[in-house]
Design a protein around this ligand. Structure first.
Ligand code: ADP
Ligand code: MG
Length: 611
């Protein structure tokens, strides 16, 4: 019997490789432009016809290739970018597998002209379906020009897979956009069917974004910039009011390479969460510069998935950075808080018994929607101006005489800048805009975010219940049916034990469906199916196998969903209870995901404002 195993001819091996690297005209565009950038080009011209089906040309003014190098470039795994396996881990160039050119040559007619500055003549190479048709010396400009014609001419199955011209054109533009957004210092020209459709002169990052997205974008952008030992995070986020339901621009780049990163995406949306409606998406252009040793770019052939070594720490940094920029640029009401200033703990009076406000969760609740539209005017509790003047009757009389009495004038001591003893000024808790609890503390005015405070309280409680299996279960009369997708159902077992510890009880109905027989007593009125689905989603996003992390993610999502929303009017009793429970927590100042719960405006700051 003859041997049946033999090596595939190179041309077929290249076609197979091409399937991995080159899926559509846009992939050719990406590989060619990246090569031009790697070659140090400062001006790159991309010209396409018929959405790249018949003609793709990239012309650059980069360093060019010698005749030998040009020929070599079309050998598989020929690359000038790595010499040993070690180099793989410290890569700063785009391509490195030496696969692009041979892959493109395997499935198209390709023509390359290239000249190095130091050479008198350039060389021309013509290859068709991996077969070299011609190589000769020619007159050529410094740099490289590559023309790819009739992509997939010899792979009909692939050709059939191509989508409409509109779609392929959009794909090309998508790749083009991702590249130009990290190379503002390079000039680009886009020519479509012989007509110049885009010209991007060399500029700065902000202007490059504006060049591509349009003039109106400029006013939308808020800068972010953070440098830490783990790397640098910079770029722009769009102001919250430009968040949209439909498509928005959301870009992450690491070391000048576009990446997808659902986990980091979540960090950004978490920072935006209190400012935009649940179904709106924030725009962002966020750039990471990290030590190449700390990322693994090669886990996916098209290289948009990147694994970071310090993913969780970067998540936190990113979230806080975005949040701070939103605050700094007045995207949210600014509170200048002083983190060093440890808040003074208000005294809890146990004789004032009250019960935790019962939480009615409305899963369709959208705090921003109601804020923007039919928010009932906050019921302002009687502030107790009278109390403010205890011991200052004289001043009161004086102030009462002043016309146009306003809180501001009330605060200004009538007799010069004498300090008012603050203990006497401690008012009842005051709810501001149905969002913050204000109270005076020794060092100044303390502002507590009602929702976040409650998140912290509930998180601690739920986590304790999960860990000690202490949740109190409440059976439901009409079990809601939870219908899961296959992937959600697959993730359910990993959190089932914790759900049961909280008090959920599910019975399997088959077909990824479950009846919710019992729920934790705290969430009696919530829609439990939506809650569970969201907890599964969160735990999938977290993507952790570590038990404690899964438990924290469950406790946090349940806390987020059941905490008192903004817009709820609180009684004084309820405020007191929240504050006292908050300060019973070992970490009252931040939510488990790092959001600020408390800040204090110092007396000094207040006084400065009142000068
Ligand atoms: P890789 O980019 O992974 O090295 P490619 O197949 O894309 O592999 O390119 C092979 C080699 O050809 C590159 O390493 C580079 O030396 C050379 N090359 C490709 N395109 C250009 C260009 N536009 N200018 C100069 N050299 C190029
Ligand atoms: Mg390459």
């Amino acid at each position: 019997m003859p041997d049946i195993i033999h090596l595939l001819p190179d041309s077929i091996a290249n076609q197979i490789a091409a399937g991995e690297v080159i899926q559509r005209p846009a992939s050719v565009v990406k590989e060619l432009i990246e090569n031009s950038l790697d070659a140090g080009a400062t001006h790159i011209i991309l010209s396409v016809k018929d959405a790249g089906r018949t003609f793709i040309q990239v012309i650059d003014n980069g360093k060019g290739m010698s005749a030998t190098d040009l020929r070599m470039a079309f050998e598989r795994h020929a690359t000038s970018k790595i010499r040993s396996a070690d180099d793989l881990f410290s890569l700063t160039t785009m391509g490195f597998r030496g696969e692009a050119l041979p892959s493109i040559a395997a499935i198209s007619h390709i023509e390359v002209k290239s000249r190095r500055e130091e050479d008198e003549l350039g060389s021309l190479l013509v290859i068709s379906g991996s077969k070299v048709e011609k190589q000769e010396m020619v007159a050529a400009a410094t740099g490289t020009s590559i023309t790819v014609k009739n992509i997939f001419f010899n792979v009909p199955a692939r050709r059939k897979f191509l989508k409409s011209n509109e779609t392929e054109r959009r794909n090309i533009f998508t790749e083009f956009e991702r590249i130009v957004l990290v190379n503002p210092d390079v000039e680009f020209t886009l020519i479509e069917n012989g007509v110049e459709t885009l010209h991007l002169p060399k500029t700065g990052l902000r202007q490059r974004i504006v060049q591509i997205e349009g003039k109106n974008t400029n006013q939308q952008l808020i800068e972010i910039n953070e440098e830490t030992t783990l790397g640098k995070i910079y770029g722009y986020i769009a102001r919250p009011e430009f968040a949209r339901k439909g498509k928005v621009n959301q870009f992450f780049f690491v070391n000048n390479r576009y990446i997808r990163h659902p986990y980091f995406h979540r960090a950004v949306t978490t920072a935006f969460e209190p400012l935009i409606a649940a179904n709106e998406k924030p725009g962002y252009y966020i750039y990471f510069q990290v030590d190449p040793d700390t990322i693994d770019v090669n886990i996916h052939p098209t290289k948009t998935e990147v694994k970071f070594e310090n993913e969780q720490a970067l998540w936190q940094i990113l979230m806080v950075t975005v949040k701070e920029s939103l605050g700094k640029f007045n995207a949210i009401p600014t509170i200048d808080f002083d983190r060093d200033d440890a808040p003074e703990i208000p005294v809890y009076d146990p004789s004032r018994t009250s019960s935790m406000p019962k939480v009615n969760v409305d899963p369709g609740y959208n705090p921003f929607h109601s804020h923007r539209t039919e928010t009932p005017q906050p019921k302002v509790p009687a502030f107790g101006w009278e109390q403010l003047y205890k011991g200052f009757e004289k001043e009161k009389e004086l102030v009462d005489e002043i016309e146009g009495r306003t809180p501001a004038t009330l605060f200004k001591p009538a007799g010069g800048d004498r300090n008012l003893p603050e203990t006497e000024l401690s008012p009842e808790h005051y709810q501001y805009k149905q969002k913050y609890i204000l109270t005076s503390v020794k060092s100044g005015l303390m502002i507590i975010d009602q929702h976040k405070a409650h998140v912290r309280i509930l998180f601690d409680k739920y986590l304790e219940q999960i860990r000690n299996k202490r949740g109190i279960s409440q059976r439901v009369l009409f079990p809601e049916v939870l219908e899961l997708s296959a992937s959600e159902a697959a993730a359910l077992p990993s959190i089932m034990e914790d759900l049961e510890a909280l008090g959920f009880e599910l019975s399997d109905l088959g077909n990824h469906s479950f009846a919710i027989q019992a729920v934790p007593s705290e969430i009696e009125n919530a829609a439990p199916a939506a809650l569970i689905r969201s907890m599964i989603g969160k735990s999938m996003e977290t993507g952790s196998d570590v038990k404690s992390e899964i438990q924290e993610s469950i406790a946090l999502s349940l806390a987020n969903l059941t905490a008192i929303p903004y817009g709820n009017t609180l009684t004084t009793e309820e405020m007191l209870l929240i504050v006292s429970q908050l300060f019973a927590s070992p970490s009252p100042t931040y939510t488990p995901d790092g959001q600020t719960i408390i800040s204090v405006i110092s007396d000094a700051e207040i006084e400065k404002k009142m000068q």
